[in-house]
Design a protein. Structure first.
Length: 475
């Protein structure tokens, strides 16, 4: 039974299961475009099968104890069949990017089967210019954004020829599937261990009272700030409406150097420039829908990784959530960036992220029903208007069977009553925006991509003027 204890879902991972409904799919993924002729499906299956031992969770499925006896477990799937998970399709050649986006939207409109390992990988042939694509879809309970990039690094090569010895297929024998009685027993065991774990923490606190008091004080302040921030509801917008199960996907390519140029000229961080760009685009988009933006500040859910350096490459979620500012009321792009930088600086100096982490840790002790309620509070529409997640990716080219990965477009998820989510990833000098929208609520998703382009162009123009303005002031 020790294997079961090791593979119990964390409270954060389980919360993504609790949040999933018919219209709210909790899978994330990417659309990846490669140069070169498409490989044969059997080649892809063989290449990934040789490396699956590096990510054993990809052969595991969920096991849920009956009677609410603890959080679910990851267990080996004795009927695992890689051919089910690696799908093969083609666009009518020459397939356009618009056709690829439509296909990706249909794929992300379908929930993953919870009776099997929670991932799919689609090989898409027929893309124009002699290219092909791969579409990945993985449940958020399995992997978070930062860890997910690490896993991509495992599944892909860093040189066209593989850069090392040929991998060998490692034999895999699934562990015996636990019975219902064993799962219930392990769930009860977990509930019994909870008071002991709390008691152990108390003993450690007594042994180091001053350090513990300081930590407890910081944790309490963090919880207070996190809860207080949640008492201020996000404004009602067309982004916060009832959604259906169908999705639209669009993406926008940009240069990481452009965002760094704005940062150097106008201040802030790259992430501040991203949020300012999104704020400017939202301002334009809202006004195009007849929404007044005076005095309106939207709120973004900005996931923050709390994954330690030695935890990179591990599956599961190590994230906390902060509510970042989207000051759509600010007309001037430079002042908009300064507003974002100031508020984000205040958030980083606050203890909201610590509070979110402490609350996540406390929910590890919560029974599943209470955990589901807590996750609904965390993803309540009233707390934020949309997800904006920015993930640093590898800054070197990656390869799949000798074909170079030229574009990596991230796809986030839509919580209940959220019509759009924005995911951003940097890869090999690029910064790509992946836009996910509800099919019915966001028919103008492509227009929002144009708004992003114009918002970034405003900041770049201001950055180009900044040196001249500084020189004139000096004279």
């Amino acid at each position: 039974m020790s294997t079961l204890r090791t593979d119990r879902l964390s409270s954060v991972d389980a919360s993504f299961l609790a949040q999933e409904h018919d219209a709210s799919h909790m899978h994330v993924g990417a659309v990846m475009i490669f140069n070169g002729p498409p490989p044969h499906r059997d080649e892809v299956i063989g290449a990934i099968e040789e490396r699956l031992h590096l990510v054993p969770r990809y052969r595991q499925k969920l096991a849920v104890p009956r009677f609410e006896m603890g959080r679910p477990f990851w267990i080996d799937d004795p009927r695992f069949n890689i051919e089910y998970h690696i799908r093969h399709t083609a666009l009518p050649a020459p397939g356009s990017l618009e056709q690829l986006r439509q296909l990706a939207g249909r794929i992300f409109s379908q929930r993953l089967d919870r009776s099997k390992p929670l991932w799919e990988l689609w090989l898409v042939q027929g893309l124009e210019d002699g290219r092909f694509a791969m579409i990945s879809k993985t449940h958020h309970a399995l992997v978070d954004g930062v860890s997910g990039v690490d896993i991509v690094g495992v599944l892909f090569d860093i040189t066209a020829d593989g850069g090392g010895p040929e991998p060998e297929l490692v034999p895999w024998t699934p562990a015996p599937e636990p019975s219902e009685a064993e799962l219930i027993a392990e769930g009860i065991s977990g509930l019994v261990r909870t008071p002991l774990e709390i008691a152990t923490s108390i003993v450690k606190a007594v042994e180091t009272p001053q350090a513990t008091l300081d930590t407890a004080r910081e944790a309490l302040e963090g919880i207070t700030e996190f809860v207080w921030a949640g008492l201020n509801p996000a404004p009602d917008t067309p982004l916060n409406v009832e959604i259906g199960p169908h999705r639209r996907i669009f993406w926008l390519q940009s240069s990481l150097a452009d965002f760094k140029r704005v940062k150097r000229a106008l201040g802030g961080t790259v992430n501040d420039v991203v949020l300012a760009t999104v704020s400017g685009a939202l301002r334009r988009w809202l006004r195009s829908r007849g929404i007044r933006t005076e005095g309106l500040e939207l709120r973004a859910l900005v996931p923050v990784s709390i994954r330690a350096e030695d935890e990179h490459g591990q599956l599961g979620n190590r994230i906390a959530a902060m509510r970042g500012p989207l000051p759509v009321y600010v007309e001037d792009p430079v002042e908009r960036l300064r507003t974002v930088t100031r508020i984000m600086g205040d958030l980083k100096n606050s203890k909201q992220a610590l509070g979110a982490e402490v609350i996540a840790g406390l929910t590890d002790f919560a029974p599943p029903t209470l955990l589901a309620q807590a996750s609904r509070v965390n993803f309540s529409t009233r707390l934020f208007n949309l997800i904006v997640t920015n993930v640093p990716g590898p800054q070197i080219p990656l390869y799949m069977l000798g074909r170079e990965l030229v574009e990596m477009i991230p796809v986030a998820f839509l919580p209940e009553n959220h019509a759009m989510a924005i995911a951003i990833i940097s890869y090999n000098g690029r910064l790509d925006f992946g836009l996910l929208g509800d099919y019915d609520a966001m028919p103008d998703l492509e227009d929002f991509a144009d708004d992003l382009r114009e918002s970034l162009a405003e900041l770049l123009a201001a950055a180009d003027r900044a040196p001249a303005a500084a020189e004139a002031a000096a004279q």
